[in-house]
Write a protein that binds this ligand. Structure first.
Ligand code: BGC
Length: 698
């Protein structure tokens, strides 16, 4: 009965929408297929300043980068009260890791390995987006990323497709909620479909090439998961894959995404991507570019004005048919209906959004849990209420803490480390020593003077927020500017005094010597608006660190791409045999493997067992905390499948679970997986390093 009602509703809806389409002029149709930017945040050429007249005339049907209850209400009012057909606007913005309340960057948040938390931050971001009058966000970013040279690794859930898929489901649920028409729901837009993370040499906007197997096993699964979770929109990547630009990729957009995966939603291009088909060299003019994109099933042209300018000519030249335009318009209108915009275009944007005590509490909790304790020699951390010398350019840098793509976050809302430590009641003296990225070393001497009087030296080092994110590829992954010089001088001066490094970055950095000289290293990534409090919580032991790195850290740039899901090859490394796979100047292993992250507990895993469970398997492992402090352990389940004729990765992630345990307590982590076909080996452990895994053959 329920199904029938829905189908009836769908039929009525389609008829209603078809009636609307029948009334539309070509210009009005193309307006619905156009999204243009207001002038808040611009990441490419801005061709059409938002003109109220264009909205009034129906020439522009969607906007990006305009937010705030007042401005969105005013612009929506023009569309629905002054345009001929009164069609409301889609209003989209990038809330990748928060809107006003900025959460950790996605790469850091992935390290929580906690889908409920991933969903909660997306939910809060959606509420704030909706409060700001938005009805669409260009998130989640789901590009599996194995190359830390690529700045956009910061926006991604890391190197693994299983994690990416779980992240996709949680984020889609969080943004869209159970009811897309809800006043607090926004359309998610999963991006960037597909394989953008594999760009050549990690250089932004370069090409990608890969096998069908790699595409299907690694890069596609998070998008499949997003579609299964009901994602309402998807953004094709800027890149070309095996020579075909994604914006015009008929096979991957039509055959795979729409037909095979069953995606029925809206395809929104990336910024200016249709016009860039000319640079790709696949289109001779804007009309050809527009035709290629439309034929591939792309519905909304973001910022190229290629549909408005090119499609009329493309129609004349018979490059496209009106039915193809109508199909795209229909998908856009259906989304507007699903968002509840026809029923009440003002349902969102009813209140001004601000960071609240409640949103800060979530940011602080998630921020603290995203920090990854990379090293903690002699249990230097947690700090025992010492006098601290806080040195480094990122100590008093609230404005950097949001990282790249900070949504509508404001730097004045962000708490830096210095403030966090002071609020925690620690005695702190501070000197930056150097700036983040200059050669000026004149401040080092005065910074060193602070060391004499301190019990512990805290070095706050790393990247500036905008050194990762879009258009922020790096070829060297060391500390920028003169920071290594500052660190070396501090290590010399400190003598035996403990030096704790808090390392900020939007990517794993290749800093083996920094790590080996420090007593403790906390990877902070960019923790968001509550950074200082979150970091203080972990340094003081108020919170036991539990974050795990969702991406491998290289020892050297030459190891990239480095990831745990490698296939074994015919000559796996054997230290006794020169003619096996190795480098002559660096170890094969990463500096820190996927899943690495210490806690203040001392965990032991034992009694690994597997039981059949219907079509699947139930895996159990006992976890004991032998440490003196309560802590949370993360357990990963990996599979190595043996297949005749096909070589499989040494480890494939199949599950993860967490368990919080007080000192001297024991518990059990239970995970399930589909029963593998044929011979396989299962592994459980705290990270993707064979030496720390328990194994079972099945
Ligand atoms: C980025 C997208 C983003 C869009 C709109 C582009 O430059 O690649 O990820 O959603 O701008 O802000």
């Amino acid at each position: 009965m329920k199904k029938r009602t829905i189908r009836l509703h769908c039929r009525e809806l389609v008829e209603q929408i078809n009636r609307l389409i029948a009334q539309m002029t070509l210009a009005e149709k193309l307006g619905q297929l156009t999204m243009t930017a207001a002038d808040y945040a611009v990441t490419g050429p801005l061709i059409t300043p938002v003109s109220e007249d264009a909205i009034r005339s129906g020439a522009i049907g969607n906007l990006l980068n305009l937010y705030g209850a007042g401005p969105t209400h005013r612009i929506q009012k023009i569309a629905v009260e002054e345009s001929r057909l009164r069609i409301p606007l889609l209003l989209g913005f990038d809330a990748l890791h928060g809107q006003r309340t900025v959460f950790p960057i996605p790469l850091a948040e992935a390290g929580l390995f906690d889908p409920a938390a991933w969903e909660a931050t997306a939910r809060l971001a959606a509420e704030e987006c909706a409060g700001d009058g938005l009805n669409m966000t260009f998130a989640p970013m789901l590009d599996v990323s194995r190359d830390p040279r690529w700045g956009r690794i910061a926006e991604s859930p890391g190197e693994d497709p299983f994690v990416g898929s779980a992240f996709a489901r949680a984020k889609t649920r969080g943004f869209q909620s159970a009811d897309l028409a809800g006043t607090n729901a926004v359309s998610a837009c999963a991006k960037h479909y597909v394989a953008y993370g594999a760009i050549n040499a990690g250089r932004e906007y370069a090409s990608t090439d890969m096998s069908e197997a790699m595409l299907r096993e690694v890069y596609l699964p998070p998008f499949r998961a997003a579609v299964e979770a009901g994602v309402a929109a998807i953004m094709p990547a800027f890149t070309d894959l095996n020579g075909i630009p994604m914006t015009a990729h008929v096979h991957l957009l039509q055959n795979v995404l729409r037909e095979e995966l069953g995606f029925e939603g809206v395809l929104v291009t990336d910024y200016h991507a249709i016009a860039e088909l000319l640079n790709h060299g696949v289109a001779g003019d804007l009309a050809e570019a527009a035709a290629l994109a439309l034929k591939a099933g792309v519905d909304i042209d973001m910022m190229s004005d290629a549909y408005r300018l090119g499609l009329p000519q493309a129609l004349q030249r018979n490059l496209v048919a009106m039915e193809e335009i109508d199909a795209a318009v229909r998908r856009v209108l259906v989304l507007k209906e699903r968002l509840g915009l026809f029923a009440d275009p003002y349902r969102r944007g009813r209140s001004d959004v601000s960071v609240t005590a409640q949103s800060r509490a979530l940011a602080r909790d998630v921020g603290a849990r995203s920090l990854v304790l990379l090293k903690n020699d002699a249990n230097i951390l947690p700090l025992a209420a010492p006098k601290l010398a806080v040195i480094g350019p990122l100590a008093d840098a609230g404005g950097e803490m949001g990282g790249p793509w900070g949504g509508a976050g404001r730097s004045e809302d962000c708490v830096g480390v210095l403030q966090g430590l002071t609020d925690a009641g620690l005695i702190v003296r501070h000197a930056p020593g150097v700036a983040i990225d200059t050669d000026d070393v004149s401040g080092i001497a005065s910074a060193l003077e602070l060391c004499a009087d301190a019990d512990v030296i805290l070095l706050c080092l790393g990247e500036a927020a905008l050194m990762s994110g879009e258009a922020a590829s790096r070829a060297y992954l060391g500390l920028p500017g003169a920071q290594q010089e500052l660190a070396d001088a501090v290590f010399e001066k400190a003598g035996g005094k403990p030096v704790v490094v808090v390392l900020f970055s939007g990517r794993p950095l290749a800093v083996p010597s920094l790590v080996s000289r420090a007593h403790a290293v906390l990877a902070a990534w960019f923790p968001g608006c509550e950074a200082g409090h979150a970091i203080a919580d972990v340094l003081t032991g108020k919170v036991s660190p539990s974050g795990r790195t969702a991406v491998s850290w290289p020892r050297a740039v030459g190891q990239i791409p480095i990831f745990f899901g490698e296939r074994p090859g015919g000559r796996p490394f054997n230290p006794k045999d020169h003619f096996t796979s190795h480098y002559s100047d660096v170890e094969n292993t990463p500096l820190f493997p996927f899943g690495h992250g210490l806690t203040y507990g001392d965990f032991e895993l034992s009694n690994f067992r597997v039981e059949p469970d219907g079509d699947g398997l139930t895996v159990k492992v006992d976890v004991a905390n032998h440490g003196a402090l309560a802590a949370e352990e993360t357990v990963f389940l990996f599979l190595n499948q043996k297949k005749p004729g096909v070589t499989r990765p040494l480890l494939e992630l199949k599950g993860f679970g967490k368990i919080a345990l007080p000192p001297s307590e024991q518990g059990t982590v239970t995970l399930t997986l589909p029963r593998p076909i044929g011979r396989a080996e299962l592994f459980v452990g705290p990270k993707a390093a064979f030496s720390s895994l328990l194994s079972l053959s099945i």
